[in-house]
Design a protein around this ligand. Structure first.
Ligand code: SAH
Length: 366
């Protein structure tokens, strides 16, 4: 007889087949059982706190040509920008004043020395100007600036950044190759994740969900990849078409419906929580792009990190990774007030003035 979802959820150590069964759940009672198991696990292991990271998309200049991404180098139709050091630091200070214990600095990829010099300078300035009695070490700084050399990673770490997000996008070699130009290699990204860990960073990764050709088997392998790499933080979200990218031509014969992708993205959060334990899992903006309450749903399915958009309004519309990105015309005040209400509405708390490292990372570091 086939193992039921309830039986799988009672097991201690889930194998590949179990994970595939969970990700393939389509009866609403089964989905609710998976969701509530993940939520309970989160509350038991990590508590009700939701950690904020103010997301500062500081530049859309990019040397890469990812086939899905709206700010890829070949997209000539967009206005390229880089915020000044003063603008970035001002955003970070705004976050720290509001009690957000951390910021994420995200941009397109550049590997030139001037870029790393600039970032080192920005990070040092953020650290010193956000230091206070409440946070003597300044705000936590997470970076999301792509593939860099070991020497660059070391400089960024020494400047004071202590977490790094680099999504693997898909750990499946065929799928990875189908969404990137040939010069972008899966192995290189895996090597970067290893280097980041060796450098001292807490390391986050993740995948897009709903890439054409992706299956629940492939997603199960992604989760096993996160486990094998001993990842501290997960950031995943639905793949959403950007009309000016090569992958937009797949949109018409995409196998999955929007609802299916949204539901699978939520299930990925739950199953990651169940398999990976006390890691941090972000409920990402792309979830909200699919449904207005998408980010609260992510929290209900087991996520514990939210990254409110704190990019200055005048450049937000130039950082469009996909069509229909939410919060483009809301200012940061409004964004944060509306989020707070949403988080309270599902019975969770917002942690203030803390970096909000994952329990898993803290355990490993001790
Ligand atoms: N240059 C950095 C940051 C990239 S943007 C880096 O390479 O890590 C952050 C993430 O946005 C990407 O890792 C990708 O997973 C996601 N993203 C890009 N285009 C997207 C799209 N069309 N739909 C959904 N997510 C997308």
């Amino acid at each position: 007889m086939e193992t039921t979802i309830a039986e799988i959820l009672q097991k201690g150590n889930l194998g590949r087949d179990d994970i595939i069964t969970l990700l393939g759940a389509d009866e609403s009672a089964d989905i609710e059982l998976i969701r509530s198991t993940a939520e309970k696990l989160l509350l038991d292991k990590c508590g009700p706190a939701v950690f904020y990271r103010g997301l500062i998309e500081f530049s859309n200049l990019c040397i890469r040509d990812c086939l899905y991404c709206g700010i890829r180098k070949s997209n000539a139709g967009i206005n390229r920008y880089t915020l000044s050091k003063e603008e970035i630091v001002a955003s970070a200070k705004w976050c720290a004043d509001k009690g957000y214990g951390s910021v994420v600095l995200q941009s397109g990829e550049r590997q030139d020395d001037a870029f790393i010099d600039f970032l080192v300078d920005v990070i040092s300035e953020i650290k010193s100007s956000t230091a206070s009695e409440k946070m003597p070490g300044g705000a936590g700084v997470t970076l999301s600036v792509g593939e860099q050399s070991p020497a660059a990673y070391k400089r960024l770490y020494e400047a004071g950044a202590h977490r790094y997000l680099l999504r693997i996008e898909s750990s499946n070699p065929i799928l990875f190759a189908s969404i990137h130009p040939p010069e972008q290699e899966l192995q290189r990204r895996i090597d970067c994740l290893k280097t980041l860990r060796e450098t001292g960073f807490q390391v986050g990764t993740g995948v897009m969900i709903g890439i054409p050709g992706q299956t629940v088997e492939v997603l199960a392998d992604d989760i096993l990849f996160f486990k094998e790499m001993d990842i501290d933080m997960i950031g995943m979200g639905p793949y959403i078409v950007h009309s000016a990218t090569p992958m937009s031509i797949y949109a018409d014969y995409h196998k999955f419906t929007r609802n299916e992708i949204f539901q699978t993205a939520l299930l990925m959060i739950s199953v990651c929580r169940i398999v990976l334990g006390d890691v941090n899992i972000a409920s990402t903006t792309a979830l909200q792009a699919m449904r207005d309450d998408g980010r609260e749903e992510g929290l209900r399915y087991g996520a514990n990190v939210i990254m409110p958009l704190t990019t200055p309004l005048n450049v937000r519309q130039d950082y469009l990774l996909y069509d229909g990105k939410p919060c483009l015309d809301e200012d940061v005040q409004q964004c944060s007030a509306c989020l707070e209400k949403r988080i309270r509405s599902i019975g969770r708390e917002i942690a203030v003035d803390v970096w909000g490292d994952s329990k898993k990372a803290l355990r490993r570091q001790n």
